[in-house]
Design a protein. Sequence first.
Length: 382
Amino acid sequence: MYLIEWGFWRMATESEAARKAYETELTAAEKRAKQNFYEGDLEEDIHFQTVSEKPNARGPVFAFNDTFIEMRCGGSEEKRGLITIATLGGIVPVIGATTISTLCFLWDDITDSEARSFLMMTLTFIMALASTATLYLYSKYGVNLTRLEMLTSRHLLIRFNRVTQQVHLHRPKYCGGIVTFPWKTTGSTAIAPEDDSLSVGMRLGLVWHPSRTGLPHMEMALLGKQGQGGSELRDEWEFIRRYMEEGPHAVPRPRLSTQLPSPIQAFSAQFEGLGRFFRNSSWLFKVILLMVWPAFVIIGTGHWLSLLLCWRPRWPKVIREAGMPGKPVPPVTTLSDYPPAIQERLLANADRWQLKPGKRPEKKSRKPRRSKSKEEPAAPTE
């Protein structure tokens, strides 16, 4: 499911009217939080020093060689299958039933003159309206949601090319499309050890800020599996960093995954990030999980169906050949690579990513307030 990427791209290309409507609903505290980013924060997130002594790629990794490493992206892969179930189990049967019924009524009105009547023609008209309305509503509002996990690329991909020192993102156009960035403009969310406790259920996040890329919008990629706490995300970032900075010999060779629609991937995705939590949980929680196993089976089946109904993503030729002897280096993505209408909207929302100069000011420590009961009584005056 590409819901996070789709929503992020919609925010970057939001119309003026939609943005004003959204901002009017924000509280004063939310507006301050959106504008509370400093240049110093970016400097801390973009550095390439060692952050872990145990580099590890948690996967899925689709390719690993001397030229590039390719991994899976996607911010909500564990939820994939819900839209497929709703579409195949609800929307498609409704559209099919109304369409077939309309055609049957219409055929009877044309071929059976004896059964033709005002009532039958009225029913035919009503069924035609119902089927037309269903198709219209689905084509206008439902198709965009369906294509978040059906009839689209099977996976979002990220490729780190060590030879050209570039990072490539492969996404559908409605999620931002295929883009290329210099490796040195990449920022990571998994750098500070004090943030390790926040990695439970989170994925490794990579960001490309406009101040580094020259684009008017920020790009984001959520890699691999959900974290289970500790330093897993830092280990994964260290794996990527060492591969790009030092080469494939500096990291352990990862286990490769298939890009075919594997049922193992479909069912295992639901349990990403739960392993350590499940081992340390109480016996009552384990019993509850065993009781709801049918829900995992249903969602896993929907996930597998969504993989079957998608196609394997394919990189452009210039990216496939990047790093080979005598082949050109792929051009870095610029604003001119987007259609004029998208350029206009990206520029209109460029102020979302502006940074405040300098470093974030340190929070002032508040002195504890003394209660009145602890205050010493004043000395009596004569």
